[in-house]
Design a protein around this ligand. Structure first.
Ligand code: FES
Length: 185
């Protein structure tokens, strides 16, 4: 997780967003887990659902739909979505590579890992490859320090990474070519 520096995308030119019926039912079921008046606690999982329904990122339209479904002010949704690195506020590739760069991972080579991935993919951190396959991100501690260095892709942690294992992962993901989300089970 980390604070962001890029602004939230505006609605201009963005496509409309609407939850699918199944996603809407899931949102309502999650909200029902909380006592009356406390359903705001469901915001994080519902943002994940919205993101997975919108090609892996949260447009303003998607966040506004979350606000509508939950009965929240738009700003209440924006401020949460813009705080956590697991929410993408701009279009992303098929795979988002969240590479941890906090101290334990850094001491175990995350700087070299990121530099290698930047070179291999031809992008800088924060960018998406020209073929739309990979978005490379640097994130703060993901709670897997004992298996550093590591990265998260969708719901999966890839741990004890070496340059060779990272290369194998990229090859495997490229061959699979199927979007991953944080909500995948
Ligand atoms: S420092 Fe990388 S997972 Fe904790």
């Amino acid at each position: 997780m980390s604070a962001r520096t890029r602004p939230i995308t505006t609605t201009a030119g963005t496509r409309p967003f609407a939850f699918s019926e199944a996603a809407l039912a899931e949102c309502k079921a999650i909200m029902a887990r909380y006592p009356e008046g406390r359903s705001k606690s469901a915001l994080l999982p519902i943002l994940h659902i919205a993101q997975s329904e919108n090609d892996g990122w949260l447009s303003v339209n998607a966040m506004d739909a979350v606000a509508h479904v939950m009965g929240l002010q738009h700003i209440e949704v924006y401020e949460v979505a813009s705080f956590y690195s697991m929410y993408n506020l701009h279009p992303v590739g098929t795979y988002v590579l969240d590479v941890c760069r906090t101290t334990p991972c850094m001491l175990r080579g995350s700087d070299d890992l990121i530099a290698h991935l930047e070179k291999k993919l031809g992008v800088h951190v924060g960018e998406t490859t020209k073929d739309g396959m990979f978005t490379l991100k640097g994130v703060e501690c993901l709670g897997s320090c004992g298996t550093a260095p590591m990265l998260q892709c969708g719901a999966t942690f890839h741990e004890d990474l070496t340059i060779e294992r990272a290369d194998a992962l990229i090859d495997e993901l490229r061959a699979r070519n199927s979007r991953t989300n944080y909500t995948d089970r």
